[in-house]
Structures are given as C-alpha cells and as structure tokens.
Design a protein around this ligand. Structure first.
Ligand code: BGC
Length: 883
C-alpha cells in the first residue's frame, strides 16, 4: 500500500473549481406539524391525506413551558446518566483495526429543574473544536468576519448563533444586531426550490437530477435554484441533501442523489457550486447517517444511533459531504440522530475531527431543527449555530435569543461564556464561521432583503406587509422540463411501442389517479402530505409550493389533439373503478396506465406510512390497475412516479405491458417532460441511481420500524452491517440478480463501445509518503488526477440520443472492496451514425481506500480493473492497470 497523498507536483491538478423580521404571529405556523395541527386539506386518518404527528415529549420529561433554571454556572453541572444503551459496542474498522468511528462525549442531560450544561462522562474539559483557518480562498472573508465579530457584545454574538424560534420570516432566523444595522440570517428550505412561498419554481427532485447522470444539468439546476433563493432574500438554502438511499424504503431518499456515494457526491458538489455561484450559502445535510425516518429523534424525542465503522463511513456515507466541502460549501447541517451512540450535533469525531480537521471545512455547522440537545458538548465539539433555537417544537417562542431561557443555548450560552465555562475563543469562532460564509459569498454587498414570509402567502398580516410576491421563476420552467425528460428512465420497450407513433393512435386510454390532478389542487396538502393526483414531489420539509403542476393527462391530451383532433381520449382517474377501467381499456388501441409510490419526512404520516414507506409496492392498488389494464389492452404503457424503487414483479413481463417509463418526481413540468419522451422529442437516457430488486429481502439493509425494548430511555440501534456493500455492490458481491440493476436505462437508439485506453499519470514511485497540504475537502493531492480513461461510443441506431457511459473500478483483491464501485460517468449527445470520444479521469481518492490503522487514504497494491459500461452490469470494455 502506498500512503496517499502524495503525488508528484506534476499531478497536482488545479481545481476550479438582512432581513427584516417582524414580530407578526400568524395563526397557522408552517411548523403546525410540531404543534400537532393537521395540515390544511388533510383528511383525518383517511388513506389519501397525511396526518401530522405530535411532537415527542421533551427530553427526560422536562416541561418546556416551565421557564428553565438559570444555566449552571459550571461545566461540571449536574450530570444525568448518559443514555447509552443498545448493543453499545462500536463496530470495528473493516480492515480489522480497533480504530473506530467512536466518539468522545456523552449525550445531553436535563433535569427536572431545567437544562444544564454537561461535560464528557469523565467531567473533563473539552478543547475547542478547530477554528476557521481561511484555507481554500477564505482568507479575506475570515479577516472581514473577525473584524465584525470584534465589535460584538456577548449578547449580540448569542443573537447570531441561537435562532429566534418560529418568529421571523424564514423557517430559521438568527437574531439581529440592531446596533450595527445587521438584520441577521434567513435560513430556508428546500432541495427542490424555495419553500413556503409563491412565485417560485418547483424543480425536479434531487433524485431525478441524479438520474440524469449529467453534471451540467446538476450545475444548471443548482444555479437556477440559487438565483431563486437569492431573489427571495434567503441567505442560506437548506440543501442539498446527501444522505444515501441505503434503505430503499427510507422516506427522504428522493431528496438526495441516490444510493451510490460517488454519484451522490457529484450531485452534491454541482448543486452547491450552482447555488453558491448566486451568492447564496448552500447547506450540506444531514450530517451524518440520517438514513431513515423512524426514531430519527429531534425535538427531544429519542433518536436512533447509526453505528458504522470508520472505513465504511469514509468511503460511503462521508463521501458526498467531503465532495461538498471540496466544492466550498458554506454550511453543514448536523443531523438529529446519533452516530455511534453520540448525538450528531455534539459528536466530536464527526464535527471536529473529521469535518473541521480532516476535511478542513470552512463555514459553519448548523443544527437540524431542534437537533441540539446540550450546551457544553454541542458547542465545544463543533456545532456553531442552533436552529431554530428552542429545545423543542411546542416551546414558547422567544424573539431575543440572548434572553432565551427556552434553549440549550440562548441565555445559557451567554452566561457560560461570561463565567468562563465556554472559552470566548470558541464562542468567537462560532460567530466568525457564520460571518465568514456571509462575506465569502458577498452577502454584504447588495444582497436582497427577505421579501416573503414562510407562514403565509397572504400579502399582509395585521396591516404589516409580509409578502411582496417577488417573482423569481425566470424561465426556469425550460430547465425543469429538460431535467424532467432527461431523468425519465425507459425500463422496457417492446414492439417498437415508443416513441409513440401517433398515426396509429385512434383511441387512447389514460388510466390512474397519477395521470391527473389532485382534485383539491396541487398544494392542498400541507408540505405535500398526501398522495392525490399525479405525484411530482414527496412530502415534508423538502418540498415547495407548486406555481402550477402540468399533469400527464393535460400534456398528453393537449398535444394529441393539437395533432389529431379526432383521436378518442378517455381517462379514468379512479384507481379502484375497475368497471370503468376495464371498459375504457378494452376500447382503446393504446393505454397509458399511471401509478405511484410516495414517501417523505416522518413528521407527516400518509396512509399509515410514517415517512418511510411501509412496503415497496405501488400505492392505490397500482399493481391491480396495471394488470387489469393489461388484461384488456394489448398495448399498455406503464408510467410510474415514485420516490424510489418499487417492486414490479407482478406485471413487468406481462406481454401486453409493452413499455415501462420510470419518471421519478419531476416537479412542476411533469406532464410536459413525460410527453417529450413519449413522442420522442427527447430520447430517454435516465439511468437508475439505485437498484430495483425482485424481492425486498434482496436488499442489504432495511428500515428499523420497531424495537422490542419499550423503555423510554432505549436508543434504537442501526448497525451498518453491510459495510461497503451498499445497493448494487451487495447484489454483485452476493451474486443476486436484480430486476433492473443500478445504472440501467434504455434508449430509443443503440450504442456500441470501443477503443478503451487507460493512461496512468502516476506510478508507484511517484507516490510520496507525506500527507501534503490540506484544503477544504482534505489533503489537496487526493483530488489530483491519477488515471485518465478514454473510449469511443458510436450511435448505431435510428435516433439521436444521449448515452450515459459509466466507469466502475475493480480494486485489487487485497483491498477487500466490493467487486465494482462507480468512480466516473459522462453523458453525451451522439447523433445517429456518429461516434463520440469519452474521457473520464480518476482522481487519487477515487483509486484509494480508507486505511483505518493509519487514518489515511491509501492506494492498494495490485491490479485494478476498469470496467466501462452502460449500467453496473452491462459492461462493454475492461482493462487492467497497476500503479
Ligand atoms: C429537516 C431539515 C429541514 C429543517 C427545516 C427538519 O425537520 O430535517 O431537512 O431543513 O427541518 O425545515
């Protein structure tokens, strides 16, 4: 093994890479969810609409409505027993070392008398987490931030690091520094566009843009989103989301970039560069291992512990976060859950050792909403900003953080600094990190003020204007439509069904509620917490309000009749009216049958799905609907809108199912994007960013839905026993045949591959033993190119089309890696009959493994294999190399 980082200088590639807050309270908070209020339009307990869960009780039964005691004056304040239970054991590094991703601090503590700061279990004083350094082009911003911070009083610093609860115009707001005319920060969701407002776009979900495997589209989407956030006056956009789709049923998978670390990392990096190019700070979330909704914690409820070994963490779940830091992300959101028994927002290993030290993260660590569960451990171990400020939803709001006695921080933070429990140097670094991001992205110069209010789309409340209805949509609908088309995956196409030949369509049936509108309107369910009409987003905080939603029915009917006004088009939107479906399908020469599967964030339950899906089958009886249609109609085209993989076994090979289109969650232009693919204006090139299995049990891990231990102190344990074998890697290593493999997707044309050439830019002797300099993302030389791979792809079919070429790397046997891991891809448009040259570079990190004993990336000795293919199993070219 060569210790990494390392390569000769020739390898060192250069990488290019205030707001008015009104104390106006509205009757219906956006966080009505937390108050146990039903979302508007949601039917009570019906199968269609969602219900909003009551927040869990306060930690350890603390009654948050009782004013808290004054903060303890010493860091050696009362300690309650740390809540560490379950198996309690750390997973060993997969290399066999004893080094683990273990943590050093305890969990929070509160007493009946109030919340007290706690120390490590030993009572030891914790050192500061690493201060911001200015690396990676942040020097000037850090200097400006320090100059600003030097003018602040302790209370003013508290105002910038603790939020104002649900008061304010954004989903999260810091306090202000009125003396210096500083209006504070606006934090707003979501990864699909500006949430909780009007005249903003709903972009295709992140999983859709990952499905395009097109870096440029990912960047363009981020840029357009950044422009919209800026136009609304949002300082920090709460995305991208990059938790991996480890469990296929996990509720929020659609908010992220799929199941593979590399693909998710490219998406995160491109999205961040796009958002931040507009002067808006992006937020990499949720750090880390926040990969299911059941027991996720937050707001005082007991949070699961995700238990992982150090190597798996570095190579899989940390990967997209590292790419985000490399891309210069200005903030990282620490998650609700625990990691290896310690809450993510007070986890020194995560926040200090890895994020701030190893990855040299500049910018600030922001808590997920009510995810901070302590004062001393969270502050000392690396959390910088506490949002929205209070201990838990349901607590009374306090608009002045410096006086907030309803927070683990707030008043207690100020007092802890004043009495020396928390060193002022650490406190200053928290504010400096926040302000450095502000200056780094030029928000001190002409950044718009917030012009909307997250709780209402009304213009004014009690005579105060709260929404200026600023239209930020531009012409983004074009990009939204393009990504929608580019992310549509063709899974099956027999009898030359697609692209559709309109002259043969005399009688068209369009079946299923997923083809049509939500009868109550596209935004009728709060945070999209229902599954009514066509599905274009999942539910939860990762949503935005549709300015409009083009349904498939609307787009298809309008188009067909513009070409052939006499075509019969009949629709049935009632999924269970089998008589109507039978009759309509039997009359038609072409049937399009629509079905979906939904999921979302755990604070809303839809049709008994508490965020995570209960099963992998289609909703609203989709399987039966498809089978009934196919029984009557020899040309049945299935269209699916889903949050992730569904089981297609009951009907995928039915001879009358002639085509299957997998359209994901395409956002506001859904119908138009689908139409483009149906009629061939767009030749499908979407590729699965996860595996579609034959059986649920084929997947390597699953949701922890229940625990047998009923003690209120019990911490649910989630062990990452699959280690590196996430998704397709498990199918490959365990030799399980999937239904449709990771990376799979068909085209209307055909491609042939030839001429693989592999050029090494490094040899064993060019590997240095030192660890080189560190920049955001880690050791600089990790990101230098090590190998370049090129090949030719020819379009041998009858249509122009995009091909997504994928590079999988087989590591030397000594590395104990999965058989193949994705390490590169490129999408190119190739005209029919023509060829295109593809070139993919592998960086040093791409050919390295995390070596736990040496805590370093190393290039393993032996033979590597490059596989080039059009999916993880359709591998057309291979070549080996050694370094
Ligand atoms: C979610 C975050 C979101 C925050 C603010 C939390 O419940 O986990 O993703 O950004 O709320 O809405």
């Amino acid at each position: 093994m060569k210790s990494l980082a390392l390569l000769l200088p020739c390898l060192l590639a250069t990488f290019t890479l205030a707001h008015q807050q009104h104390n106006v309270r509205r009757p219906f908070s956006h966080h009505a969810r937390a108050l146990g209020i039903k979302p508007t339009g949601a039917a009570n307990g019906t199968t269609a609409a969602g219900t909003v869960a009551h927040p869990a009780a306060q930690p350890n039964g603390t009654n948050s409505t009782t004013p808290l005691d004054s903060p303890a004056s010493s860091k050696n304040g009362t300690l309650s027993t740390p809540k560490v239970s379950g198996n309690g054991t750390s997973l060993r590094g997969s290399s066999g070392s004893n080094t683990t991703l273990n943590t050093t601090t305890t969990t929070t503590s509160s007493t009946a008398a109030g919340i007290v700061p706690v120390t490590s279990p030993t009572g030891a004083t914790l050192p500061n987490s690493k201060p911001i350094s200015g690396d990676g082009g942040w020097t000037a911003a850090v200097a400006k931030a320090k100059a600003f911070v030097s003018k602040l009083t302790i209370d003013e610093k508290v105002n910038l690091t603790t939020g104002v609860d649900t008061i304010g115009r954004c989903v999260g707001n810091t306090g202000r520094v009125t003396r210096l005319n500083f209006d504070g920060f606006c934090f707003e969701d979501s990864p699909v566009g500006v949430r909780d407002t009007d005249y903003a776009s709903v972009f295709p979900s992140a999983v859709n843009v990952a499905t395009t495997w097109d870096k440029n589209l990912m960047l363009k989407r981020g840029t357009a989103m950044g422009a919209e956030f800026r136009g609304k006056g949002v300082n920090v956009a709460l995305g991208p989301m990059m938790n991996l789709a480890r469990d296929v049923a996990a509720g929020r998978n659609w908010e992220g970039g799929g199941a593979d670390p590399f693909l998710s990392g490219v998406h995160a990096s491109q999205n961040i560069q796009g958002i931040q190019s507009q002067g808006v700070i992006a937020c990499a979330k949720h750090y880390a291992l926040n990969e299911q909704e059941h027991f996720r914690g937050g707001s005082g409820s007991e949070a699961y512990s995700s238990n992982i070994d150090d190597r798996t963490f570095h190579e899989d779940q940390l990967w997209p976060f590292a790419e985000s830091v490399k891309a210069g992300v200005g903030s990282v959101m620490c998650a609700y859950n625990r990691v290896n028994q310690t809450s993510a927002c007070e986890n020194r290993r995560l926040l200090n050792d890895i994020l701030k030290e190893e990855l040299d993260f500049q910018g600030f660590v922001l808590s997920d909403w009510a995810a901070v569960v302590s004062l001393y451990p969270s502050v000392m171990n690396g959390a910088d900003v506490n949002m929205p400020g209070f201990v838990a939803y349901g607590d009374p709001d306090e608009g002045n953080p410096a006086a907030a006695n309803n927070s683990y921080w707030g008043l207690q933070l100020g007092n802890a600094v004043k009495n020396g429990t928390i060193p002022e140097s650490r406190f200053d670094d928290m504010v400096t990190r926040l302000m450095a991001a502000y200056y780094q992205f030029g928000q001190d110069k002409g950044f718009p003020a917030v012009n909307f209010d997250y709780t209402t789309e009304e213009t004014s409340v009690n005579g105060t204007i709260v929404n200026e209805h600023v239209n930020v949509q531009g012409d983004h609908y074009k990009l939204i439509r393009e990504i929608g088309g580019a992310s549509t995956i063709l899974l099956k196409n027999t009898k030359q069904t697609l692209p559709i030949n309109l002259s043969k369509v005399k009688n068209l049936a369009i079946l299923g509620s997923d083809a049509g509108p939500n009868p109550d309107g596209p935004n009728s369910c709060s945070d999209r917490g229902c599954d009514q009409g066509t599905l274009a987003l999942g539910w939860g905080s990762g949503t935005a309000n549709f300015p409009y939603l083009v349904t498939p029915y609307e787009a298809i009917q309008t188009y067909v009749h513009s070409k052939q006004p006499d075509t019969i088009i009949q629709s049935v939107f009632d999924d269970f009216d089998y008589a109507a479906v039978n009759q309509t399908a039997s009359q038609a020469d072409t049937c399009m049958v629509f079905a979906n599967a939904d999921s979302g964030e755990g604070y809303i339950t839809v049709d008994t799905n508490a965020g995570d899906r209960n099963n992998l089958t289609l909703w609203h009886g989709g399987d039966d609907l498809i089978l009934i249609t196919a029984s009557q109609c020899a040309n049945t085209i299935v269209v699916l809108h889903t949050v992730g993989a569904v089981l297609v076994e009951p009907w995928y090979d039915h001879p009358n199912v002639t085509a299957i289109l997998y359209a994901g969650l395409p956002g506001q232009e859904s119908g138009n994007a689908l139409l483009d693919v149906l009629i061939g204006t767009v030749n499908p090139s979407g590729r699965l960013p996860y595996t579609i299995a034959k059986n649920r049990s084929d997947y390597p891990s699953d949701i922890l839905y229940t625990v047998s231990n009923t003690s209120s102190d019990y911490i649910p344990q989630i062990d990452y026993t699959e280690k590196l074998n996430i998704d397709y890697r498990h199918f490959d290593s365990a030799n399980i045949e999937p239904r449709y493999e990771f990376g799979f997707g068909m085209s209307y044309t055909n491609f042939s591959y030839s001429g693989l050439s592999v050029k090494m830019l490094a040899t064993a002797s060019s590997l240095a033993s030192d660890q080189g300099s560190t920049q955001p993302g880690g050791i600089t030389s990790l990101y230098a190119d090590a190998v370049t791979v090129s090949f030719t792809v020819k379009n041998t079919g009858a249509y122009d089309g995009n091909e997504v070429a994928q590079l999988y790397l087989g590591f030397p046997a000594s590395a104990h890696e999965p058989p193949r891991v994705l390490r590169g891809f490129e999408r190119q448009l190739i005209k029919k009959g023509q060829s295109a040259k593809f070139s993919i570079s592998l960086r040093v990190k791409d050919i390295s493994i995390w070596d736990t004993p040496s805590q370093a990336w190393v290039i393993p000795d032996g033979k590597f294999t490059i596989y080039i293919g059009s999916s993880s199993r359709q591998l057309h070219l291979t070549k080996t190399f050694s370094l």
